[in-house]
Structure formats: C-alpha cells, structure tokens
Write a protein that binds this ligand. Structure first.
Ligand SMILES: NC(=O)c1ccc[n+]([C@@H]2O[C@H](COP(=O)([O-])OP(=O)(O)OC[C@H]3O[C@@H](n4cnc5c(N)ncnc54)[C@H](O)[C@@H]3O)[C@@H](O)[C@H]2O)c1
Length: 304
C-alpha cells in the first residue's frame, strides 16, 4: 500500500480518534490538529501520532503544520444542532471560517487533497426517502446550513484552485469512544449510559422515528477511499450511511431495559441514505449492522 501522511482536523474527537487509530495501524503517518474544545481525549491517540493543539482558524499555524501532508481529513467543528441555534455566530466562525482557513492552509502548503465531514442534516425534512443527492438541501439549523456551505466551499476550491476535494455526508455515526452526552451519539450512547446507571431508557415521542445508524468503522472506510481514490476529488458529495432505517424503539430493544416515553422534540421524522453513488464511485459498502454494532458496544460496556 502507498503510505501517506494524513492530517486530521478535530482528530481528538469521536470520529477523529477512531480514524487516527486505524490509519496508524495500517502504516500511514498521522498528524492531528485539535484545539481540545470538546475535551482532552488525546490519551486515546496512538503514540506515533504527531499532535498539535491548534485552532483551525489560525491559518498561519495550520499552514505550517500542513507541510508535507498528502490528505487533510477535515473533521473539526462545533457539531451540536441545539448549540448552533443558541450560538449562530460562534458556530459560524468555527464551522465556516474554520473551513475556509483549512482550505487556504491546504492551498498555501500545497496539500493536494481534502476530505470534508459533511452532514446528513443538510437534507432537513424531505417528503421522500431514501435521501438522495438530487434532493435540494433544506437546512433546519445554523449547524446544518454551515455544514452544507462547507460542501460548497470544497466544490468551489476544487473548481477555482484545483484542490482535490470530496465531501461525505455522514448519517448518525456511532461506535467505540462516542460521547454519551455528545451531539450525535444521542440515542445509542445515551441508552447505554442509562442502562449502566440502572435507569429507564427515555424515548422522545412515540419512538417510531427512524435514523440511519452508521458504524464508525464503515465511516472510516469511506474516508480512506475518498482520501486515496484518484477517480474522485472534483468536489463530489457522497452519502455515508448504512442505507437502513432503524427506529428508536428498535434501538431500545437492542440495548435492552425499561423504557419511558417523554414529549417529542423538533427533529426529522425519518432519515435513510441513498448510497447508490457511494457504492459505485467510492467503491464503498457498509458492512456492520446496527444489531452487531450495538452488541459490540454492550460487550465493551460490560452489559453482556
Ligand atoms: N458523529 C456524527 O454522527 C456526525 C454526523 C454528521 C457529521 N459529522 C461531522 O463529523 C465531524 C466529526 O464529528 P465527531 O462526532 O467526531 O465530533 P467531535 O465533537 O467528537 O469532534 C470534533 C473535534 O473538533 C475539535 N474542534 C472543535 N473546534 C475546533 C477548532 N476551532 N479548532 C480545532 N479543533 C476544533 C473538538 O475539540 C473535537 O475534538 C464534525 O465535523 C461533524 O460535523 C458527525
């Protein structure tokens, strides 16, 4: 395999630490940039990782760290929907100006390729499922809008400056090291934490709402393909989801334990990715079912 140097922004976070572990295991060199604003999880990073505590908005600092890098995986963000509704300026600054800074650092340092963590939240509520790339995005929060704008910035930097960019719209990523109080872990991480504490699983609304839960190992495969396949890099956008709808009630059954229903909140009723393009052009196939993924997490948590 062709060894590369990957720089992961937000590499101390949930997806980032899993990615850094995988990339070092298979022999790539890994540089991590993170300001640790979401907490210091650097102990999870392999020793071989070159870690820099840096804010992505520090373009000059980032440009220096980018020297010799082959692929940037841009994960750093303030990823909470509700937080973005309460703090539109602050989240705009990190999620949009920060992304601009990453693109400019890449350009000035001569990094040829960027993989961008986009979000299924760009779709908002749609009339039809599965969520396919031809549906017009309908962001319903500053966060969703900011993530969508990031995709357009990736595409534009590809067209104008010739950077190779690929945006991956992640659908509800879960797996080891997810933050049980975090932005997306939401239900699976929260349920595991509640079961461990001997408390009932709180389900919002009727629990019939569905999500497309995607294991972080599958997400990592998509990132690696987007970062290495020469056949992509023209600003394309791909859905990265398992392509399966699982209801919150089903998740509660898989986790096990008593349930308690609480009032519904404003959220999309259903999500499910159309992954036809991702399979064809990114040579990607999800491989871990939610039943397998939850069973593995229960085992790790000592619940089975
Ligand atoms: N987890 C999901 O289900 C999911 C779904 C869709 C999209 N995404 C996107 O994937 C990316 C990673 O998500 P995650 O779940 O690992 O989130 P995370 O919060 O665990 O990781 C984000 C990391 O970015 C860092 N960061 C924040 N602001 C920074 C700044 N200004 N400079 C440097 N570092 C900064 C944080 O300290 C954190 O370690 C995010 O861009 C998110 O929007 C995640």
């Amino acid at each position: 395999m062709n060894k590369k140097t990957f720089l992961i922004t937000g590499g101390a976070g949930f997806i980032g630490t899993n990615l850094a572990i995988h990339l070092t295991e298979v022999g790539h060199k890994v540089v991590v940039v993170d300001d640790l604003s979401a907490g210091d999880h650097t102990a999870r990073l392999p020793e071989a990782v070159d870690f820099h505590k840096l804010d992505i908005r520090d373009t000059a600092g980032l440009t220096r760290v980018c020297a010799g890098v082959d692929v940037i995986v841009h994960l750093a963000a303030l990823p909470r929907v509700q937080f973005s509704i309460e703090h539109p300026l602050e989240t705009h600054d990190v999620n949009i100006n920060g992304t601009l800074s990453v693109l400019e650092a890449a350009r000035h340092a001569g990094v040829p390729r960027i993989v961008y963590a986009a979000s299924s939240s760009a779709y908002g509520d749609q009339e039809t499922l599965p969520l396919s790339l031809d549906l017009p995005p309908q962001p319903k929060s500053p966060y969703a809008l900011q993530k969508f704008v990031g995709e357009e910035m990736m595409r534009t930097w590809s067209v104008v400056y010739g950077l190779k960019t690929v945006s991956l719209r992640f659908f509800n990523v879960y797996g080891p090291h997810m933050d049980p109080d975090g932005a997306y872990a939401l239900v699976i991480g929260r349920f595991l934490k509640l079961v461990k504490a001997g408390q009932p699983l709180t389900i919002t609304g009727d629990g019939q709402q569905t999500r497309d839960f995607t294991h972080v190992k599958d997400v990592i495969k998509a990132i690696v393909n987007a970062g290495t396949l020469e056949t992509v890099g023209q600003g394309e956008v791909f859905n990265v989801g398992a392509g399966v709808q699982t209801s919150i009630n089903e998740i509660a059954k898989l986790v096990g334990g008593e349930v308690e229903y609480v009032p519904a909140r404003l959220e999309p009723k259903h999500t499910m990715a159309d992954i036809t393009q991702t399979k064809a052009r990114l040579q990607w196939e999800p491989s871990i079912t939610v039943a397998e993924g939850v069973a593995e997490l229960k085992q790790e948590a000592g619940l089975i």
